[in-house]
Every structure is written in C-alpha cells, then in structure tokens.
Design a protein around this ligand. Sequence first.
Ligand code: ZN
Length: 432
Amino acid sequence: MNPSTASLLEFLDNSPCNFLAAANVAAALDNAGFTRLLMSDSWALEPGGRYYVVQNDSAVFAFVPGIAAPEYGFKIVCAHSDSPGFRIKPSPEMVGKSPILKLNTEVYGGPILYTWFDRPLSISGRVILRTDNPLRPETRLVNFRRPLLTIPHLAIHYNRSVNEGNPLSRQKDMLPVLAILRDKAEADGYLLRLVAEELGVAPEEILDFDLTLYDTTPACLFGPSEEFISSGRIDDLEMVHAGLTALTASLDTDSAMTRVLAVFDNEETGSGTKQGAASPILRDILRRVADSLGGDGEESFIRAVANSFMISADNGHALHPNYEEKQDPTNLPALGGGPVVKINANCKYMTDADSAAVFRAICQKAGVPVQTFVNHSDVAGGSTLGNILTSQMPLRGVDMGAPQWAMHSCRETAAVADHLSTIATFSTFYRL
Ligand code: ZN
C-alpha cells in the first residue's frame, strides 16, 4: 500500500470526531517541527518558520511565513474537521420497561440516518474538568476505542413495509443502547461514571462534555486492485489529510508566499461558530502573520489578501452508477478520475472561470487529471467553506474536493487514485 494511503486510513481511524482530528493534525505538525502559538500571546514570527494555532480544540491553522515581504500574500488550503453524526445530550440516560440503558442523543449536521443502525459504536470527544479557576477548567480528550453501543433496528416482522420506505424519528428511532443494567437505579449518572473511569478521574470532577458516537469498524481498502477506500468521515478528513500531507512534504522548499493550512470546525452546521469559517479567526491569524513579518498595517494586509489564492477543499459527489440521472448531463465526475472543481451559477461555490483556470493549471503542472462538478439543475446542492470565507476576506480561490459516494453516510466510499492526485495537486500548489 502507498504510504500516503496507509497514513490516510490510520488518520481516519484515529480521528473519530472533530476534537481528535484536530489533535492528530496538531501532533503531525509537532512531528514536522511546527511550534504551537496561542492567540492570547504576542507573536514574533520568522520567515520560513513553522507555526500553528488551535482554536476550541477542534480547528487548526498551520502556517509557514513566506521569505518575501508579506504583500506577496498567502497560499491557503482549507478543509473541515467535523462530520455529521450523533451528539450525546446532557443527562442522557433513559430506561424503559426492561433494564436496558439507552442514551438520548441529538443529530449533528445531516447524516444519512439509516446507515447508523446495527453497527458497533463507540464514544469520543471532549470532557471538561473542574479546576480551582472557574474561568480555566481543564480539557481532556476521550476516545473509548472499544465498541460500547449500538442503534438496533426494528425487526422486519414488526414492520413488513420497511423496504418500501421507512421514515425515521430522530428522537425515537435513533437512540443507541449502552448497557443491560442489574438494577434500573444504576441508570442515574451512568455515562459520567463510565467517562470518569476511562479518564481516571472522579465523576464529580466532570463539569461538562462534548461527546459523539462513531462506528468502530476500521477504515479499509476494497476492490480487486484495492482501488476503493471505505470509511466514515471521508468528508472531509480526506481533504484534511491531503492538505496536511502536502504542507509537510513541501517544507523542503522556500516559498515567497506564506503557506497556510486551515482546518475549520462546524462546516456541517453552517460554519457559524468561533472555530468555523464564518468567524474572523483565519483573517485574524493572517493579519497577525502579515504584521509580524514587517507589514505596514491594514494596507499591506489588504495587498497580501489581493495577491493570495485559496483552495477550499471539501469532497464532492462522483457520478453514482445506480443514479446516473441525478448528475448534470454533461459534467460527469468519475470516482478515480481526479480532483473535482465545483461550480455553481448562483455562487454557492467561490469558483469562477479565473480561479478554476488557476486550479486546472496547477493540476496540469502536477500531472493530475481534473474534473468538473455542477449540480443537475433540478437538484439543490450543498454549500461549503469557500463562499463563507469570502464574506470575511475577498479571497481569490476555488472550491474543489475529491469525488466520493454516499456523502454523509456512516460509511462513505472514495478512490485511492483521487487521494494521491489531490496530495500531488496541493503539494504543487504549496511549492509554487
Ligand atoms: Zn464536507
């Protein structure tokens, strides 16, 4: 197996949620000699240095300041750390007529609900612990790794028409079961006790948590030539991994422009958080980079932005062999056919002819085929990071992604060839 493919599978398995994805990106940056900076500190940056910032434990912004004046601008790849799924609600324990403990959950983003049934699920996320200072509690990440729960489907004998369409209630049908209790009184505080034991702390120390469910089935390749990738969270961890791999691989060359990798959180819910693409976080960081490199305030920052280019990397839809009629009739991105430029007449994507041309030229320089996605005109498409970011900064840039099937399924499918092509494209971009 190609080392980049093996590294992607490992990254997918070790990143079951946004917090762990961000932690794994940060660890890879540490290994590559990057220094972590705090937004609350003052910065003294060196041209060619390696730095990163973590926001809310769930977004990461890495940058390598250019060796030329800051007005040369930024080469940015951005992607997102979050995936649709289920978040555990506060006080989640529920017990019915039998001593079975289930957990109350809330849907995060837009998962394909029925792909989550009957899988060996586990829990990961962030737990906040009490300290002496109420303003500064301690954050710990948790990942149980072992199967703990399942969302059991109703037997077909109770719903003979299940295969003719089966509307699902998020509050009734989708709740995971966690345990067979000896005594129903055990239910109260069960989850906190379980988490506390995993972390080696007392349950009373836990002030709050952000915990989500994930499928414990490992990522794998399939197909006679191992040409397909099967995993949860391919959208958008494949692009996070491609950006990270390309950035660290490009460090052996100097660049006049500042290289940036931005991994935002909360794309799946509209990016409207302090760690999302709609916040000023990236603009704040880039402005500080420009100032620290000797920029002359807002004017030189505006000049830097005007000279910049962004690749907004969020996976796209490959032509589905069972639903060819869903795709645009003349633009048919194939799985395995290379990265996909996304274009929308109503500007849901930031791509225009100019930025698409730049991206196609980069792909050509990388020796990689490039494809085009537009929506079938009767099908409403999704949105992504690029056009949200342009409300913060008037960046020139392109929306693209690797093609995939079953976006937002618990188990998505992509192609090995597209991942390698995307890494080659991003590496070429960072080396320009
Ligand atoms: Zn996405």
